[in-house]
Design a protein around this ligand. Structure first.
Ligand SMILES: [Fe+2]
Length: 229
């Protein structure tokens, strides 16, 4: 079967719609999201509706958490603005939905075990796992996780690290890529041949950025979409 992994949608409706349109021809059976459905961009409610309508199973990201708690300590001003905007735009029931998101999801398909989390195995919501982190840290994570495949988000940077027989993957970000590539990023895992592949899809960045400007969110949040930062 084919499993689509997305992450860090961050209220970017234009990017999310484009990704879901693109994968229509790819025979995807299931979709998981590594968190951060909301924050930063202009359409938190619209994106959450799409996530729910498509039965996309998501873990909780740090922005999802901040929107449910109102606690933005440790966030930069852009993050705070995105969280406050999302709290204004989301219905009470939608915030309740975010509150119920699990910190991690474990599952197996075709004898392959997966562990899905936003941050890290050690700190599910807040800890970043960057691709260039030392092997010793991945050794620690490999001991902490039973699953063969860990899929995580949070850094907005696609990643593959293989350590001690465990595979750590990041699909990259749909709604705010930060690897100097403005295209939406996602990954498809094929459990039949045990392969995984990243995809980059161009979307209407101009319209997404315009919506940010019109919404009163910080201009930098619009500018960064164009440069993939
Ligand atoms: Fe994020």
């Amino acid at each position: 079967m084919k499993i689509l992994f997305i992450s860090d949608v961050h209220s970017n409706l234009h990017a999310l719609e484009k990704v879901l349109e693109y994968i229509k021809n790819l025979d995807v059976d299931e979709i998981f999201c590594c968190g951060d459905i909301v924050g930063y961009n202009a359409f938190p409610s619209e994106c959450l509706k799409i996530i729910r309508r498509n039965n996309i199973k998501s873990v909780m990201g740090n922005h999802d958490w901040a929107v449910t708690t109102g606690d933005t300590s440790g966030f930069n001003p852009y993050g705070v603005a995105g969280v406050e905007y999302s709290r204004k735009k989301l219905l009470k029931e939608e915030i309740e939905f975010l509150k119920r998101l699990p910190k991690n999801i474990s599952f197996s398909r075709d004898d392959i075990s997966f562990y899905v989390v936003h941050g890290s195995p050690r700190d599910n919501i807040f800890e970043y796992v960057f691709p260039n982190y030392p092997e010793s840290l991945f050794n620690l994570f490999a001991r902490m996780v039973d699953a063969e495949i860990t899929v995580l988000g949070h850094t907005h940077i696609p990643m593959e690290r293989i350590v001690d027989g465990k595979i750590f993957l990041n699909p990259g970000s749909v709604g705010q890529p930060r690897d100097s590539n403005s295209n939406a990023s996602f990954m498809i895992f094929d459990t039949e041949d045990r392969t995984y592949k990243w995809y980059r899809v161009a979307y209407d960045v101009d319209s997404a950025a315009d919506a940010i400007r019109k919404s009163g969110l910080p201009l930098f949040l619009a500018e960064r979409l164009h440069i993939g930062l």
